[in-house]
Design a protein around this ligand. Structure first.
Ligand SMILES: [Fe+2]
Ligand SMILES: [Fe+2]
Length: 265
């Protein structure tokens, strides 16, 4: 029996949370996923995550929330991650000792599942640890992957080159590696030669008529004026980007990978 996952990239602000809550039941009905994962780094008005905005996702049917560089915006998020039952994770390859966890273990029936989060280094202000060697350390920390039926990796990454290189580095080790952070879906979902499902970026769930979920006028003005005007989020249709993945727990390999996209009003 395959185990199936429905995955969302960055969910941006209230429109993103509401769009996810609207579309998730439709995709649940169509695909009947065993596990739902979403990236929550932009949940709270586009920046960071709070208890109540995380709860909105859990109430909508999300099982695990991964994050990224905006995880540190609210102290609540740091507090939340201290609890191993919170099901909120931050990238594994932050320097050791920072709050939170880089992965969670969950189970579905007899199948043990790892859901891990890493962050890239290209075009980020943060000087985080090497994600590649970080993945090796993670594999060692959990005692290898042999006792697991699926290893899921959210790689929070700006450069598609870094995303693809990481995908090939994980090929045959992780079950699936998908990118988050750019908010724009890529058209390269594939199964790599050793069985790892891959997509450079799943894309966001957020305002459709926008620049990465934010008011497009303000972003254009930021480019024109080079002034860091405050990001705002308006109202309107929402693009919901997702990724459906089926994994064979006997081999830990991806057997089905299918990008999903819907515009909801
Ligand atoms: Fe983001
Ligand atoms: Fe990000």
């Amino acid at each position: 029996m395959n185990i199936s996952f429905l995955i969302f990239g960055d969910v941006v602000g209230r429109p993103g949370r509401e769009g996810l809550a609207k579309q998730l039941p439709v995709w649940k009905e169509a695909y009947n996923p065993d596990v739902v994962i979403a990236n929550g780094e932009n949940l709270a008005h586009g920046h960071g995550i709070t208890r109540s905005t995380a709860q909105d996702l859990f109430d909508a049917g999300v099982d695990v929330i991964t994050t990224g560089n905006h995880i540190w915006n609210h102290k609540e998020a740091t507090d939340m991650m201290q609890d191993p039952r919170s099901m909120v994770v931050r990238p594994y390859n932050y320097p050791s000792g920072v709050p939170g966890m880089g992965y969670v273990r969950i189970e579905r029936g007899t199948v043990k599942i790892l859901i891990a989060n890493f962050i890239g280094r290209v075009f980020f202000a943060e000087d985080v640890d090497d994600p590649f060697r970080g993945f090796d350390a993670f594999e060692k920390e959990v005692g290898g992957f042999d006792s697991y039926g699926a290893v899921i990796v959210d790689f929070h990454v700006e450069a598609t080159s870094e995303s693809r290189a990481f995908g090939f580095y994980l090929d045959g080790r992780a079950s699936v590696m998908y990118g988050t952070h750019t908010h724009v879906p890529t058209a390269d979902a594939q199964i790599l030669s050793h069985g790892t499902g891959y997509m450079s970026d799943v894309g966001m769930t957020g305002l459709y008529d926008s620049v990465i979920g934010f008011d497009k006028g303000i972003i254009i003005k930021r480019f024109l004026d080079q002034v860091p005007y405050r990001f705002e989020i308006g109202d309107g249709d929402v693009e919901v980007n997702g990724l459906y993945v089926e994994i064979d727990p006997a081999t830990r390999k991806t057997v089905v990978i299918k990008p999903l996209r819907e515009i909801v009003s």
